[in-house]
Design a protein around this ligand. Structure first.
Ligand code: NDP
Length: 263
């Protein structure tokens, strides 16, 4: 994969999977705009990369911020070739009847509206270019249910719906839109979920997950980033509207763990 001369924009680029994507794109020659609401984290990733990267503070739920990161990318780099539409939050672990309206709104705002706004503002740039590749971060939670995470799961199903519909829209204009569906990945998010599920013994959550994963471990952020880069590269030239599962085989061979863990 060679992204020399290409520009990548990554939301949620300050931490976890997005950070790994920023570092990966840069290692393969791209100039990178690191977008995050965590300004210090975005700046740290951009500094780690060096001259080929810039940080941009933005909240993906706000249309003005999204327009702002697109403008920043165009001002600094002149184009957007690869867009990793990645920022997301997990919300709380609780039965649906215990969700407040505000909990619902907060998760949907980042995970669905944020992805929608990213598509709405980045695609016109790619349409003008006549080329581009988008990867939305879905989840295996976009494929199957998980007890006590109903709104996160609904939000990730929505991401896959957006991916497939928009892929159909912009394919004729030379733009590909795909999704990655990570399973448990070793980032802050999975550690927070473990604390919520089992505050006294969070490590028991990893043990339970891992027992149900054929590869017997959590994935690494870099392993998701590798698939994101593949999907943005010419190697994936005939792939659009697809969803790539990166979960160590968990969804393919369910062990029932995700069903029992929530009770
Ligand atoms: P992290 O929390 O490590 O990183 C997410 C980053 O996105 C953080 O820097 C966070 O900032 C930022 N962010 C959150 N909300 C916004 C917002 N409104 N605007 C801009 N930036 C925002 O999580 P992961 O790297 O694990 O998650 C990345 C994506 O991967 C998410 O979409 C998640 O749903 C998905 N995913 C993760 C899995 C996992 O097991 N880790 C599994 C499946 C999918 P802040 O720290 O301030 O919140």
């Amino acid at each position: 994969m060679d992204f020399s001369g290409k520009v990548a924009v990554v939301t949620g680029g300050g931490n976890g999977i997005g950070r790994a994507a920023c570092l990966g794109f840069a290692a393969h020659g791209a100039r990178v705009l690191v977008v995050d609401r965590d300004e210090a984290a975005a700046a740290a990733v951009a500094a780690e990369i060096g001259g080929a990267a810039l940080a941009c503070a933005a909240d993906v739920t706000r249309a003005a911020d999204v327009a702002g990161y697109v403008a920043r990318a165009l001002d600094a780099f002149g184009r957007i070739d690869c867009f990793h539409n990645n920022a997301g939050i997990e919300g709380k672990v609780a039965p649906v009847v215990e969700y407040e309206d505000a909990d619902f709104d907060a998760i949907m705002a980042v995970n669905v509206k944020g992805v929608f706004l990213g598509l709405k503002h980045v695609l016109p740039v790619m349409i003008r270019q006549g080329a581009g590749a988008v990867v939305n971060t879905g989840s295996t939670a976009g494929l199957v249910g998980t007890a006590r995470m109903p709104i996160y799961v609904a939000s990730k199903h929505a991401v896959l719906g957006l991916t497939k519909s928009v892929a159909a829209e912009v394919g004729p204009q030379g733009i590909r839109v795909n999704a990655v569906c990570p399973g448990p990945i070793d980032t802050r998010m999975i550690r927070d979920l473990a604390r919520q599920i089992s505050p006294n013994r969070p490590e028991s959550v990893e043990e339970a997950y891992v027992a149900g994963i054929p590869l017997r471990r959590y994935g690494l952020a870099e392993e998701v980033a590798n698939v994101v880069m593949f999907l943005c590269s010419g190697l994936a030239g005939n792939i659009t509207g697809a969803q790539y599962v990166i979960d160590g085989g968990r969804t393919a061979a369910p062990a029932g763990v995700s069903q029992t863990i929530g009770r």
